[in-house]
Design a protein around this ligand. Structure first.
Ligand SMILES: Nc1nc2c(ncn2[C@@H]2O[C@H](COP(=O)(O)OP(=O)(O)O)[C@@H](O)[C@H]2O)c(=O)[nH]1
Ligand SMILES: [Mg+2]
Ligand SMILES: [Zn+2]
Length: 314
């Protein structure tokens, strides 16, 4: 691969090769990135070239140019979580171990988004952890529990806690599961993600203000993804809330395997290339009819297959 300083002569005439250092992307906002070098120093960086496909969690080679830096290369990723519709994709994070899906007793959480987050986790072979926050809102607990029971039955771990009313218990539940892992925190806004980050990362607020200042040059936006070090080791990545969770990039083969309850049935379909949508002799449709697979989960599968078939019109 040919690299180096191309085009206009740069006033900082170092060769990229000489100055290249290893680091990790800890925050992203537009084409602005914060890169934490191995020695702990954090530098505002820009990607070389026009394309920015860099995610928080990415390991990079970067080079200093004055007060700032240039990201020269993205090192190979273990995984990359992103959402996409038919036109564009938006990166969540790279190189993560665990997906923490934050829900709350109120406001009402979207099961569609929960289902999509679980599919994204499965497709990347990530352990999902479902957190139900705000158990202090006791009148809303039974309904939320009932909505989550089918997910527990599928084998997903659901932790119930209240960041605000019982922070000690919340910490005790989460700390051992987050320690020494890179966890991505996902959830709709209002679920308590920021509250959780502030609980687990003592200087999170100050760090966020600082990051915000550097990334936005003082503008008051906090809509960026950022990565915090947990005091006991490990990384916690907080992302802004979102309304849509498109998974257009997942094709049918990946989708059918992202539903754990489908997996043992997949060899039972009459046709080897069964789409599990309306084919005769489909083991999954039979299981839905018999109530062994949830109709709602199957509807999510059908919707995701439909979305992934949408082509960009040229
Ligand atoms: N009742 C209750 N409210 C909470 C709890 N945790 C967070 N909140 C509140 O829920 C609102 C949204 O929290 P925030 O952390 O900003 O959620 P985010 O949008 O997911 O980052 C805030 O008013 C919090 O104070 C909790 O355990 N119980
Ligand atoms: Mg927040
Ligand atoms: Zn089938």
């Amino acid at each position: 691969m040919k690299r180096g300083v191309k085009g206009k002569a740069s006033p900082v005439a170092v060769t990229a090769q000489q100055a290249r250092r290893h680091g990790r992307v800890t925050a992203a906002h537009g084409r602005h990135y914060l890169v934490e070098a191995d020695d702990g120093e954090t530098v505002l960086c820009f990607p070389r070239g026009k394309k920015s496909e860099i995610a928080v969690g990415d390991e990079v080679q970067w080079a200093r140019t004055g007060d700032q830096g240039v990201i020269e290369e993205i090192l190979p990723r273990r995984n990359l979580l992103y959402r996409s519709d038919q036109f564009k994709s938006k990166l969540f994070a790279a190189n993560i171990d665990q997906l923490v899906i934050m829900l709350a007793t109120e406001p009402y959480f979207s099961e569609d988004l929960l289902g999509r987050a679980l599919v994204a986790a499965e497709a990347n072979e990530l352990r999902p952890l479902i957190v139900l926050n705000k158990t202090d809102v006791t009148h809303a607990v039974p309904a939320a529990r009932e909505r989550l029971a089918p997910y527990r039955a599928l084998g997903y771990e659901v932790l119930e806690l209240s960041v605000r009313a019982d922070p000690k218990a919340a910490t005790a539940l989460l700390q051992p599961r987050l320690a020494h892992q890179a966890s991505l925190l996902l959830g709709q806004s209002g679920m308590g993600k920021s509250s959780l980050v502030n609980l687990l990362v003592p200087d999170a607020d100050a760090a966020t203000r600082e990051i915000s200042t550097v990334l936005n040059s003082g503008k008051h936006t906090t809509t960026f993804t950022r990565c915090f070090h947990l005091p006991e080791g490990g990384l916690l990545i907080d992302s802004p809330g979102f309304q849509e969770f498109g998974l257009h990039h997942l094709k049918e083969g990946a989708l059918e395997r992202a539903f754990p309850e489908f997996r043992p049935l997949l060899t039972g379909c009459r046709f080897y290339n069964c789409h599990h949508l309306k084919e005769p002799g489909c083991a999954i449709l039979e299981a839905v009819a018999a109530g062994r697979v949830s109709a709602q989960r199957h509807a999510l599968y059908a919707q995701l297959v439909h979305e992934s078939e949408q082509q960009i019109p040229y």
